[in-house]
Design a protein around this ligand. Structure first.
Ligand code: GLP
Length: 250
């Protein structure tokens, strides 16, 4: 694993955007794996800036998001589809049909069950030739996407029950903790590990223990980010607070 530590969130965001921009420069029809949460917002802002000021084009790119809450329609203010529309897709030149975010409102007109949808999502990713670069955040319990502790490290796209810790962490986006969905649909750890390049971003003290576990403890399904130890091209971009518990200071 390649670990880079910066002073602040802005530097982390710029460095992550630079990796994405480089992949797009080399391969304009790249397949990007995208994440939600507050951490990647700065990177999305920087990509939008580069689109507007430097003509960075996303017109041929395809995207797959990691996850979605179950029970929210795509236009719900807290759905991850809406998050992506507002914070990235509507501000760049990506054709809407090239963007994929799992559905959290199944059954719907297209899918009768989550099982059918999960198979479809996996096959859509495979059809594109696979994800070139996947961006990840990390939960305070070490989860990547919504792969909570105990999720098998070879899992594929599936439905999960969120832990109390994740529900508490994410309650800040909802009016009350009771409004946070209890389930989600998520790419599996095995799905994520197939991305050719992975970039994990973490900032703030709240992530320090999860980051230490992911990097310095033995790989375990109790911290699903630790599975990245097995991936041939993973970069973690951290700020000093997130890196503060690492034995070996970077
Ligand atoms: C959610 C998302 C994860 C994200 C995590 C951390 O659980 N499913 O993909 O990494 O939140 O979010 P934040 O970046 O807001 O700390």
């Amino acid at each position: 694993m390649n670990i880079i530590v910066f002073d602040d969130y802005e530097q982390v965001s710029r460095a992550a955007a630079e990796i994405f921009a480089k992949v797009l420069a080399r391969k304009p029809n790249a397949v990007l794996g995208l994440a939600t949460g507050s951490t990647p917002l700065g990177m999305y802002r920087e990509l939008i800036r580069r689109h507007k000021k430097e003509q960075l084009s996303f017109a041929r790119m395809t995207t797959f998001n990691l996850d979605e809450y179950i029970g929210l329609t795509p236009d719900h203010p807290q759905s991850y589809r809406r998050f992506m529309q507002e914070n990235l897709f509507s501000q760049i030149d990506i054709p809407p049909e090239n963007t994929h975010v799992p559905f959290g409102n199944i059954p719907n007109e297209q899918f009768d069950s989550y099982d059918t949808f999960c198979d479809y999502y996996e096959s859509e990713i495979a059809k594109t030739g696979g994800i070139d670069v996947q961006i990840l955040g990390i939960g305070s319990d070490g989860h990547i996407a919504f792969n909570e502790p105990g999720t098998p490290l070879d899992s594929r796209t599936h439905v999960v029950a969120l832990t109390e810790q994740t529900i508490r962490d994410n309650a800040r986006f909802f009016e009350s903790i009771h409004d946070v969905p209890r389930q989600a649909i998520t790419m599996g750890v095995g799905t994520i590990l197939e991305a050719r390049k992975i970039v994990l971003l973490a900032t703030g003290k709240n992530k320090a223990e999860a980051i230490r576990g992911a990097i310095e403890e033995q790989m375990t399904d109790q911290n699903t980010a630790s599975a990245l130890q097995n991936h041939p091209d993973t970069t973690m971009i951290l700020d000093h607070a997130a890196a503060s518990l690492l034995r070996q200071k970077k």
